[in-house]
Design a protein around this ligand. Structure first.
Ligand SMILES: C[S@@+](CC[C@H](N)C(=O)[O-])C[C@H]1O[C@@H](n2cnc3c(N)ncnc32)[C@H](O)[C@@H]1O
Length: 309
């Protein structure tokens, strides 16, 4: 079904935001607003929420919500531009909570025209923001074999990256690869591994999507500006869906919680270390019942941190 997205770790993420009803919140990945609407329900008349998304369809859904709720505003922007958006809106150092629910939404996956899925046939696009940048088909038509292999290995953790890249280059020499089914068939034929319950093109599609949308660079740039955004006690809540994102979030929080490095034995207070974040709790995974009800939640992992004074 298109147009519906079931929010992942909904209660857990809202609780982690420790919502102040009069606070200022940012949802960096609005999607279809599942988290945003539940957050607004916990805000009072003086609270506010800013939504961001790079996908024009998500922005249209957000704009419609903004017309109905004066506490909510929507921006068409990538999370890498969050610091700039916050500066323009006078939000720096004032935000009580930032939520990032990364990755793709169900409407993006389910809509064949978006080209994200190997299980429906459509144009090989995969751009979250179709208003700019190269499609997956355009990239696959031009990239060198080694570059394709590197993307599949680095972003898909695909063991057979070289073999699959070679098959793609051979196939595009015969005819351009312009549909999701065509790519899925080429990959399935070249990939000798059979992981139970997983289509052989899963890792390849994930890798190409991450590359086309520069997802890891987006996340790194966004996180680099988070500490300037949050007020003291403000919360950062990130839901990631694969190990590459998770590693970036984990390292960022760990480094900000550790602050400057001092030689062993030098007595320093927390303030003197310039630590800017405190880790809140342990990483949270969805419950068995949530995964049973929404299999797309299965790889989700939530990390939480709090801005120190
Ligand atoms: C998992 S969905 C969010 C779902 C949302 N929490 C809900 O309940 O409806 C991820 C959304 O983030 C958006 N997104 C992913 N990467 C982004 C980025 N770098 N900047 C802005 N939006 C991004 C996608 O377009 C998608 O709409």
């Amino acid at each position: 079904m298109t147009g519906i997205h079931t929010p992942v770790l909904l209660e857990e993420s809202l609780n982690a935001l420790a919502i102040d009803p009069d606070g200022i919140y940012v949802d960096g990945t609005f999607g279809r607003g599942g988290h945003a609407r539940a957050l607004l329900a916990r805000l009072g008349a003086a609270g506010s929420l800013l939504g961001l998304d790079r996908d024009p369809q998500a922005v249209a859904a957000g704009a419609s919500l903004a017309r109905r709720d004066p506490r909510f505003a929507m921006e068409h922007a990538s999370i890498s531009r969050l610091a700039e958006v916050a500066r323009r809106r006078g939000l720096c150092g004032r935000v009580n909570g930032l939520l990032l629910d990364l990755g793709v939404s169900s409407p993006q996956l389910d809509e064949p025209d978006r080209g994200f899925s190997f299980s429906t046939d459509g144009p090989l696009d995969m751009r979250m923001d179709p208003s700019g940048g190269r499609t997956a088909a355009q990239w696959l038509a031009q990239a060198r074999e080694e570059e394709i292999a590197r993307v599949l290995r680095d972003y898909g953790e695909e063991r057979y990256a070289k073999r699959i890249a070679r098959a793609i280059v051979r196939a595009r020499g015969e005819r351009p690869i312009v549909t999701t089914y065509a790519l899925a068939q080429i990959v399935a034929a070249a990939n000798p591994s059979r992981e139970p319950g997983r289509h052989p093109a899963t890792r390849t599609f994930q890798a190409i999507r991450i590359h086309i949308n520069r997802e890891l660079e987006e996340l790194r740039t966004c996180l680099a500006g988070v500490c300037e955004l949050l007020t003291a006690g403000g919360r950062l809540v990130v839901i990631s869906f694969h190990s590459l994102e998770n590693r970036i979030v984990k390292r960022f929080i760990r480094n900000e919680a550790r602050g400057d490095r001092f030689p062993r034995g030098v007595p320093v207070t927390e303030k003197e270390t310039n630590a800017r974040l405190r880790v809140v709790g342990r990483p949270v995974r969805p419950s068995v019942s949530e995964v049973a009800a929404n299999p797309r939640a299965r790889s989700a992992l939530m990390r939480v941190a709090e801005r120190l004074a």
